[in-house]
Design a protein around this ligand. Structure first.
Ligand SMILES: O=C(O)CCC(=O)C(=O)O
Length: 287
């Protein structure tokens, strides 16, 4: 076999970026939820975060019966507040998700704003959370939501970022597609539950990170004892080696992670699975 040549590691390009995962206490009061998100963005920016991620359904209790009532168009009240917060604090804001109303459909949608407050990406949850584990949890997002039909990436000055929402994290091909297209960070606002959370939440993040040799981060709502849906919490960040570098419990709070972006090329250089794939035997096909 001819020796493969790898680009030398350029450690001068090492860049450490602080991100914040806002594990917000989401209530039935939409206005309060928006204000809580705006306060968290300001606090995270003050602490040096350059990107702040909110949880899935940050402005609305998580549940199919709530989506129609809380839904709004984009732009709308919630996303206008995120845009202002991004601009006032000079940070990227990954707006978790909100129920979005567009024409006669509802979507579970994440909006992304740059530090000038411009909307730079919109991700409609591609894989709807429809599961049935008898005696544990039955959930059918498709009762009220429609799925999105596109992967979503955005550029920052510290690398490309891929976005998924919660159940999207269970689909490794989406993460692989993002990695193949140059992403070094995947963000999944999510709201796992008390059955699948302890079993799969961390495992999925570590799996996606290790398979694709990139950073993966999640932001969940905090657990709310009076809500119908008990969120697992545990917003976390995993590095390209598969190590959990930041996490928390179920309580509200900001989780910070300092991402040394040079880790992506270091791990890819040390374990070069990207070059070792057998594309003569299998490959990811994008229709
Ligand atoms: O995949 C899971 O177990 C949970 C997914 C979920 O809660 C969601 O997609 O909102």
């Amino acid at each position: 076999m001819p020796a493969r040549s790898f680009p030398p590691l350029d450690l001068r390009s090492a860049i450490v970026v602080r991100i914040a995962l806002a594990q917000l206490q989401v209530t039935s009061n939409k206005q309060q939820n928006i204000e809580g998100a705006v306060r968290a963005i300001a606090e995270a920016a003050k602490a040096g975060a350059r990107l702040v991620t909110l949880p899935e359904c940050f402005n609305c209790p998580y549940g199919t019966k709530y989506f129609g009532t809380y839904a709004e168009p984009i732009p709308g009240e919630s996303t206008a507040a995120l845009s202002r917060a991004a601009k006032e604090n000079g940070v990227y804001v990954v707006g978790g998700s909100i129920p979005e109303r567009a024409a006669d459909k509802l979507y579970n949608t994440c909006t992304v704003f740059n530090p000038d407050g411009d909307l730079i990406a919109t991700h409609r949850k591609i894989h709807l959370f429809d599961i049935d584990i008898p005696g544990k949890i039955t959930f059918k997002e498709s009762e009220t939501l429609s799925p999105g039909d596109a992967p979503t990436m955005f550029k920052t000055d510290f690398g490309h970022v891929g976005v998924g929402i919660c159940y999207d994290m269970r689909f490794p091909e989406l993460a692989q597609l993002y990695a193949e297209q140059g992403c070094s960070l995947l963000l999944y606002p999510g709201a796992f539950n008390m059955t699948t959370g302890p079993a799969h939440w961390e495992l999925l993040q570590r799996g996606r990170a290790l398979d694709n040799q990139l950073f993966v981060a999640t932001a969940s709502p905090a657990r709310n004892a009076s809500a119908d849906y008990q969120a697992w919490g545990h917003s976390s960040c995993v590095d390209p080696w598969g190590t959990v570098i930041a996490t928390t419990d179920e309580q509200p709070g900001l989780v910070y992670a300092d991402l040394d972006m040079s880790k992506v090329s270091e791990v890819r250089h040390n374990i070069p699975i990207r070059e070792q794939k057998r594309h003569d035997l299998y490959r990811l096909v994008v229709p």
